[in-house]
Structure formats: C-alpha cells, structure tokens
Ligand binder design. Structure first.
Ligand SMILES: [Zn+2]
Length: 423
C-alpha cells in the first residue's frame, strides 16, 4: 500500500484535471504477479497507479517514500486496438484494409489530440476519416478490451508497457552519451542509419539526414528508451517462459508484437504532441516535417535494437553453454525476421498513414488559421453541432477518457479550445 506521502507526490506530479487511483491491472493476477516479481528481483519499493481524464501518458515519481509509476488508463486500450487490428489485417482486401487502418490511425490521433487539449486538430482528424458505416473499431472499456485478447498476448501487452517504465527507474539517463553508444554490440547510430536506408533515400539525402540527427537527436534520452525497452523485453520473455510455461518461440513472438504496439502508440503520441505545439507556435511546415522525421527515426532505431535483442535472447536460451563467438546468431536473425514478415504489411501501412496524415493535418490547420484568422476552430465546432454521429463517437471517446457520462461534447471541446488558445 502506497504511503500518504507518495500519494501526495503523485497528485502533485500529474497535470490537472487528471485523476488517479491504485492500479488493479484490470483484475489480471498474472500482471500483478509480474510486477511483484520485478519489484522483488530489483529490490524496489514500487507502486503502480492508474490515471484518467488526462493525456495517454506515463509519469514516474521517485522519492524516499518509494517509486510510483502512473499510467493513463487509455494506454492498454490503445495498445490492444492496435494489436487487434494487426491480427485481422491480412483477412481484408487491400482497399478495405487501407480504409480501416486510416480510420483507426486518425481516430487514435483524434483521441491523442484531445489529450493534448487541441480540439480543433482533433475535429479535423475526425473529418479526414473515411466513412465506414457499421464498423466499430473501439470500445471505451479497458477491461472489456483486454478480455478480447488471448492470455499470452494480453499479459505480454500489459507487462511490456509496465516493465519499460521499471527499466527507466532502474537505469536513469546518462548525461553526455551520444548516438555512437553501443547497445548489444552495435552503435545506436547504425540502427538509425538502417532506418533511413530502408526508406530508399538517395546518397545525398542520407548524408543530409545523418548530419541532422547527429546534431539534433538527444543521445541520453534515446539510449534511456532503448535500455528500458531491452530490460523490459528480456523480463517479459523470461516471465512468459518460466512463470507461465509458454514456449520460448511463442513468448518471443508475443513480446515482439507487444513492443511493436507500444512503439507505434508512443510514436503516434509524440507526433500528436509535436503537431499540437507546432500549430500553436506557428512553426513552418519544413521544420515540422523534419522534427516529425526525428520522432519516427527514434522509434525505428528502438525497433531495430529490440529485434537484435530478441535474436540474442533466443540464441542464448537455446545454446546456454556455447562459448562467446560460437553462437550462430544469423540463424536466429532469420527466425525473428520470419516472425516480423507476417505482420509487416500492417506495420508499414500504419506508420505511413500516421506520417501522411500528420503532415496533412499540419497543412490544413496552417491553411485554415491563415484563411480564417482563428475562426476555423469555431467552424469545426459548428460542424460538430450538426453531426450526431460525430457527437456519439466523441462522447464515447470522452467517457473512455474518464469524463462523466453527463459530459456535453460540444461544450467540453469548446472550452478546451479556448484554454489551448490562451496558452
Ligand atoms: Zn520510456
């Protein structure tokens, strides 16, 4: 039980009007067991809280009264929506798969933009969604959404997210490290360059991009994320294999999918945060695009570092007695690649959709704010007043966010917009 002092510190750390309570892991005893084991293994006085009516973020509080990890209730739901869509993606025709993915990514962006308190952008994102009458992509209820996923994947999804934050508590940022820092035997810079090359850019573009990220990427922050990911990946696979007796292969596959969902949701969150601040500050399109590229480059680098770690975990578990240098890592890389290939079409489409629509939203918001001198936000609200379907969609989103069932959607978004403009 967390002390009153720690609760007070948590209350101070969270943005208002955010609320919080003790995390019950949506009633899942396996996830609670995972967290208890992690705290015990690393001798941590650790407490978990769940927050609502706030951006889908994680906050960490470290103090003499213990450490606290406070996660937004919406995080698990967004992770599972991504996972569920990825699972059914290959069953649809190309056109339907593209429309459903576009609709889902824009819905997530709209929710995140409400989290960042920019209702104008959130409404624009809703307007760009392809109409898909009758198709329900989301449930406002966390427990119900979690129950839609089989045990192995459900536990992996929740534990990956929690263990990543524990990784941050165990490994604080190291000031001064750069992208030349090696992780699992490879410099971070090699992972970033790989991501650029995979995009098929010309030599000149590659060299310009490299110069840019070497100058602007925050080395200590990126390394801290990579180290938290790798700690979490190894912890989750170990728990799934040893405590829950899943096979190593199934555990690695489930953990990789959990981390992929987590990286996408985090990338989407960061892009929406950047979009909000860029529109409010009147940033140029060029500056927004290059800053958004940096967001994406970091998530690609994290994904590559995870895939490498997955191969290493597999090789060591299957050949525990092999002397260093004699393990056939390449055969494990091929096995990991075959796991990734199965879900690659959805992964690529979701990433492409996010970037494309972030740019489109930026352009539209930029254009509208110049044309209508700020009145475009009032026009979006007026459009909302005339669309009952959109009001129902947003009502469910706000309830999922932790708003009471009596919330008036139009008034809520209008008052949020006024506070954003006052910033
Ligand atoms: Zn992190």
């Amino acid at each position: 039980m967390a002390s009153a002092t720690l609760r007070h510190l948590v209350d101070l750390a969270l943005p208002k009007p955010c609320e919080f309570g003790d995390e019950n892991f949506a009633g899942d005893p396996l996830v609670r067991e995972f967290c208890d084991r992690l705290a015990q293994a690393h001798d941590l006085n650790l407490h978990f809280f769940v927050a609502w009516a706030c951006p889908p973020d994680v906050t960490i509080v470290r103090s003499a009264a213990g450490s606290a990890i406070i996660r937004s209730e919406r995080l698990d739901t967004l992770l599972i929506e991504y996972f569920n869509l990825q699972s059914v993606h290959s069953k649809w025709s190309d056109d339907l798969a593209r429309e459903v993915t576009t609709s889902a990514v824009l819905r997530w962006m709209s929710e995140l933009l409400i989290g960042y308190r920019h209702s104008g952008l959130a409404l624009l994102a809703q307007r760009l969604r392809p109409p898909l009458p009758g198709l329900r992509l989301t449930s406002p209820f966390r427990d119900q959404t979690l129950a839609s996923v089989p045990e192995l994947e459900r536990v992996a999804l929740q534990c990956a997210c929690l263990a990543h934050e524990v990784g941050h508590i165990l490994n604080p940022r190291r000031p001064g490290v750069t992208v030349d820092e090696s992780v699992d035997g490879l410099p971070l810079a090699a992972h970033i360059a790989w991501g650029d090359q995979a995009c098929g850019y010309s030599e000149e573009t590659l060299s310009a991009l490299q110069q840019h990220w070497r100058q602007h990427l925050n080395g200590p922050a990126l390394l801290s994320e990579v180290e938290a990911d790798l700690f979490a990946f190894s912890s989750v696979v170990e728990f799934l294999c040893n405590a829950l007796s899943y096979t190593l292969e199934d555990s690695i596959r489930a953990a990789l999918r959990a981390f992929e969902a987590q990286l996408f949701v985090c990338a989407c969150k960061n892009t929406c945060s950047l979009l909000t601040t860029s529109v409010l500050r009147g940033t140029s399109k060029g500056d927004f695009v290059i800053e958004d590229y940096l967001v994406g480059a970091q998530y690609l680098a994290r994904a590559r570092a995870l895939v490498r770690r997955a191969g290493i975990v597999w090789a060591i578990a299957e050949q525990p007695d092999a002397s260093p240098g004699t393990r056939d890592f390449n055969s494990y890389v091929r096995r990991i690649d075959s796991m990734i290939v199965a879900v690659q079409p959805f992964t690529a489409l979701a990433a492409e959709t996010l970037t494309h629509h972030a740019h489109m939203l930026f352009e539209q918001a930029h254009f509208l704010s110049q044309q209508r001198d700020g009145a475009w936000l009032a026009a979006e609200i007026a459009n909302l007043e005339n669309s009952s379907d959109l009001r129902v969609e947003l009502f469910e989103m706000l309830v999922a966010f932790g708003c009471p069932g009596s919330v008036n959607v139009v008034e809520y978004l209008r008052s949020m917009q006024m506070s954003a403009q006052a910033l």
